[in-house]
Design a protein around this ligand. Structure first.
Ligand SMILES: [Zn+2]
Length: 428
């Protein structure tokens, strides 16, 4: 919940992290710091001339301004099941649609498209205004109380319900504490911005993952800040505010750096983008509350968990040999579950991985069907059981909605099967 001063400070810090070849003219730089990065708040002013000035730079979808995006409705992933007795299975009764992802993906695309086009045409005035709106949204999401909302988030008042109210100190409720964070002693941030993509759509994919991660980091910091005040450990909060400030400034710098690279078609730092492990991306649909050790978990990165809740290595039995993977994903089986990502068009030539059931979770009743999804369509289907526990796969031109859906084989019972995807790599 940054105020005007904090937005200006975050925007200035992000701009200062950019290399000198990506500098705005002084007038536009100052206007971006002092005015344009406040546009999403000024939009509420009710002054008609202000409204008309800012409207062209405002992305609105389904009645929602690109400012405080919808939350991910994760309850639909785990809560609503109904039995289908004739088929011996449960089915999800509420379709899941990731409102946060759909809104933010379109908003990122709108702003990055406009900023790149304006900067390429040296129209720095309009480019800086679009940039101000994008930075403001990222700053709100990653600094202060709004990090409670958004990707995997919930309503902002949840902290008021989780912490006991002190009726003699109503100005020091959780939101009161988070609305008055002291940025007066913020120290300079040292960071080299990352290139997130060589096209706007590739940036959108990586920026969404960075946004989800940055919000998650700041959300945990906000919780610690409030807890420190309640436990009289306020002295530790200055360091936490500094960490959260740096966290927000870095994602702003990454977004600006990347869109400048697209505008100028300069991709000196692109080596890291040639091969991307799925663990670096943020799925828009994911399993939650699977079987066995995954009962209270989603998918896990680079490890698996046994039924006793102990960490186990990521493994598959391939060609009668147990193979371990340093990188990959695991989740618990269920009657229905999906792990889906969104990939940009015309970016990757192939996806390859090994998929199947973890050797520790197979018995004679195991039976799981994994369907591969590419561009929103089923492109292949594999049945895994004791006699065929895993296989290697490759998909040409992975793009669009991409990933895995799982179910049990017809007639197979609910088992504690562990789904493993080893070395899931997207290659250009
Ligand atoms: Zn705001």
């Amino acid at each position: 919940m940054p105020g005007g001063l904090q937005h200006g400070l975050l925007t200035r810090t992000a701009l200062d992290l950019l290399p000198s070849c990506f500098r705005l003219p002084a007038g536009e730089r100052n206007a971006l710091i002092e005015e344009y990065c406040l546009y999403p708040d000024m939009f509420f002013s009710l002054d008609k001339s202000v409204y008309e000035k800012i409207l062209p730079y405002t992305f609105i979808k389904d009645g929602i301004q690109f400012h405080y995006p919808p939350n991910t409705p994760i309850e639909k992933l785990y809560r609503y099941w109904l039995p289908v007795p004739d088929e011996g299975r449960l089915e999800k009764s509420r379709p899941f649609s990731n409102d946060n992802f759909l809104h933010v993906k379109d908003g990122f695309t709108f702003y990055l498209d406009h900023i790149a086009a304006c900067f390429a045409a040296k129209n720095y005035s309009d480019g800086a205004k679009f940039a101000g709106c994008l930075l403001h949204m990222l700053e709100d999401a990653c600094f202060g109380a709004h990090s409670i909302e958004g990707p995997l988030g919930t309503d902002i008042f949840v902290l008021e319900r989780l912490f006991e109210r002190r009726d003699d100190e109503l100005n020091r409720t959780p939101l009161g504490i988070l609305a008055s964070l002291d940025c007066s002693r913020i120290e300079p941030v040292e960071y080299q911005p990352r290139l997130l993509g060589e096209s706007v759509s590739e940036i959108v994919m990586h920026l969404y993952a960075a946004y989800a991660e940055s919000v998650a980091v700041s959300r945990r910091i906000c919780f610690s800040i409030v807890q420190n005040v309640y436990q009289n450990n306020q002295g530790e909060n200055a360091g936490l505010v500094q960490r959260m400030f740096a966290n927000a400034a870095k994602i702003c710098a990454d977004a600006l750096f990347s869109v400048w690279c697209v505008a100028k078609q300069r991709f000196d730092a692109s080596a890291d983008l040639r091969e991307v492990c799925l663990t670096r991306l943020e799925p828009h649909a994911f399993p939650l509350g699977g079987s066995g050790g995954y009962h209270f978990l989603s998918y896990l990165k680079n490890i698996a968990v046994g039924g006793n809740m102990k960490r186990i290595p990521l493994q598959l039995r391939l060609d009668n040999e147990v193979v371990s993977f340093d990188r990959g994903l695991s989740w618990g089986s269920h009657f229905e579950a999906s792990l889906l990502y969104w990939l940009p068009d015309n970016t990757y030539s192939v996806f390859d991985a090994a998929i199947g059931l973890h050797p520790d979770s197979i018995d004679e009743l195991s039976g799981v069907r994994i369907r591969l999804i590419n561009d929103g369509k089923e492109v292949d289907e594999f049945d895994f059981e004791a006699g065929r526990p895993a296989t290697r796969i490759a998909i040409d031109h992975p793009r669009g909605d991409f990933g895995f859906t799982i179910s049990y084989l017809p007639g197979a019972p609910h088992r504690n099967s562990i789904i493993v995807v080893g070395d899931p790599m997207l290659r250009k």
